[in-house]
Each structure stands twice: as C-alpha cells, then as structure tokens.
Write a protein that binds this ligand. Structure first.
Ligand code: FE2
Ligand code: FE2
Length: 268
C-alpha cells in the first residue's frame, strides 16, 4: 500500500464523514467504513461474520468475491500498521479495544494489594480475548492465546476465572457481582459447562490464583483514571516470554490467533 492509496482511503473516509454528519453515530460509522472499503483496491471481508451471531451461518452467504476484484490477503490498511515483529505491547497499543483499561486497572489493583507477579500478570491478561479477539468463552480463548508464553498457572487461572466469576466464595471475600444481576437477571443460572468447570477448579491446587483474578476483576472501570502499560513493563519482561520472531510469527500453538488479530480481514 503506497501513500497515494492510503490518502485515497483517508479522503474517502473524510468525504463519507462529512456527508453522513446528520446520521446517528452507528449509521455514520457504517457509512464511513463502507466508503473506506470501497476505496480499498482489494476487498476486505469480515471473517467473523459466521460466528458473530449477526448472520445465520446456514443462510446463503453474502458474496465476498466480485469478479475483477481481488480479495485482501494482508493487513487491512484501515488499521494501524503493526511492526514486523510485534510484541505484547504493540497489540495493546494498536489492536486492543479501549476496554483494555479494565485489564490495566485490574492489574494495578492486584499490584497495590501486594500480590505476586504471576497474579498481577494473570490480572493484566485475564480478558485479553475480550479486548482483542472474541468475547464468548473468553477465558478459554484468552488462556490459549497466552499459554505458550506464560507460566502454566497463569494460563490455567485465566481459563477458569470465566467460570469462577459466577460463583461466590464469601470466605475469601468474593460475592456474586451486582453487575451480573443487571446483565443477566436475578435468576440467571450458569451453564452446565460453567458449573462443572467451577466444581473442578474449586478443588484444584491453583484455585486461589484464578479466584484472585475474580477478586481483582473490577466491575466497572474508572474512566477518570488511566493506567499505562509501562507500569508493568518489568513484570511483563520477567513473566511473558516474548518470541524473538514476534507474536504471530513464531509457530507456537496460538500464533495463528495473534496473526488473526493483526489482520482480521485477511480472506484466508
Ligand atoms: Fe473475564
Ligand atoms: Fe474482567
């Protein structure tokens, strides 16, 4: 992608933004996105359309390929350019949603409470899937993402915090979150899978590590307070095995997940 192409995309976005000023914000965002996609010389496809729930996967698929055009098989130029050898910090900066403050604030809370580095890193990464990849079953996806790079106990705790969030443990000061009552209703019963995961985790030697994630998991992040990732540079350096080839390039068991985050609209 050269500078001319980039500026053509930017001009298309600016023109669409100006033309759609009167529209509600979501329609405006769609109009801008559509205009940018039109200006791309290659067609960018939303690869999650079949799992997003916005589309019945058994319904006829929208046609991705238009004869005469090419499909995007690289990074999407509408996103920030990632370096050749991306680090965890590059993902935080250029790919993760603003909700990453939730991770940073949870980790800050764990640090203030004097927990060890394993717990602090587990808190820093516990919802990494929500902020960067996929929300449903986020504990499991997130654990798999980081598994090759962290202590086994950290990945285990990230996996099981998902189930533990639903089950109070008053002995250690964890109550069922009021937010969940708001979100899911008072009579919500967690799925059988989560009940079984909780029962299993409860008896596990690493139970308290996962439980500490839920205790430091702040329910609503304070948007007046900004925690910077730099506060955790040393902890990440000592506890996250950053691959020298860059995340996504190292052929680990989760490298493909990081590559998908780098280029989420790559056709295949
Ligand atoms: Fe979570
Ligand atoms: Fe969380």
């Amino acid at each position: 992608m050269n500078t001319d192409e980039k500026s053509a995309i930017q001009s298309a976005a600016d023109a669409a933004a100006a033309a759609s000023r009167h529209l509600p914000v979501n329609e405006r965002a769609d109009a801008i996105e559509y205009a940018m996609a039109e200006a791309l010389e290659k067609t960018a496809v939303k690869s999650t359309i079949y799992t997003s729930g916005e589309w019945d996967p058994t319904a006829p698929r929208p046609r991705a390929y238009v004869p005469g055009e090419h499909l995007l098989m690289d990074e999407d130029p509408r996103l920030q350019k990632m370096p050749a050898k991306p680090t965890l910090s590059d993902f935080f900066e250029k790919r993760f949603r603003p909700a990453k403050q939730h991770l940073l604030q949870s980790a800050a809370l764990a640090k203030e409470a004097g927990h060890d580095e394993k717990v602090i890193l587990a808190c820093l990464l516990h919802d990494i899937s929500v902020v960067g990849f996929i929300q449903s079953d986020h504990g499991y996806w997130g654990a798999q993402m980081v598994e090759p790079y962290v202590d086994e106990e950290i990945a285990w705790a990230i996996r099981y915090h998902q189930a533990l969030r639903f089950f109070p443990d008053p002995e250690v000061g964890y109550e069922y979150p009021e937010l969940y009552v708001k979100y899911f209703g008072r009579g919500y019963v967690p799925s059988t899978a989560m009940q079984e995961a909780h029962a299993y985790a409860r008896k596990h030697k690493w139970y308290m590590t996962a439980r500490l994630i839920t205790i430091n998991d702040i329910y609503s992040f304070d948007d007046r307070k900004t925690v910077e990732l730099e506060e955790f540079t040393d902890i990440i350096g000592r506890n996250f095995r950053q691959p020298k080839e860059g995340l996504g390039n190292d052929h680990s068991s989760s490298a493909h997940m990081w590559r998908t985050i780098i280029a989420p609209t790559r056709f295949l």
